[in-house]
Unconditional design. Structure first.
Length: 97
């Protein structure tokens, strides 16, 4: 019963995705930066400028995420004992008082 419910739900989600793609095939969603922030900045006299690091070219954004993940993993691994300290004997086994 539960398996058939999950399969039915998955098929319903898939059908919804396919129907939404067929209703508006070339739709492009504008982000908050483009639709809200850019509009108010232009009205205030601050038109958009070019970014310092253009992540729109090639796989630069993917590479930056890779480097940030590797650095974060290294720091978390190096500080593992501080992040997750081992339990002391008195806390791990309360029967030996």
């Amino acid at each position: 019963m539960r398996k058939s419910l999950l399969v039915g739900l998955a098929l319903l989600v898939l059908a919804g995705i396919l129907v939404s793609r067929s209703l508006v095939p070339e739709a492009e969603w504008a982000g908050v930066d483009e639709s809200v922030v850019e509009k108010f900045a232009t009205e205030a006299g601050r038109p958009p400028s070019k970014p310092w690091i253009n992540t729109e070219q090639g796989d630069l954004l993917l590479f930056l995420f890779l480097v940030a993940g590797a650095l974060g993993g290294f720091v978390a691994g190096y500080q593992f004992r501080h992040l997750f300290p081992p339990k002391s004997n008195s806390q791990s086994d309360p029967s030996h008082v």
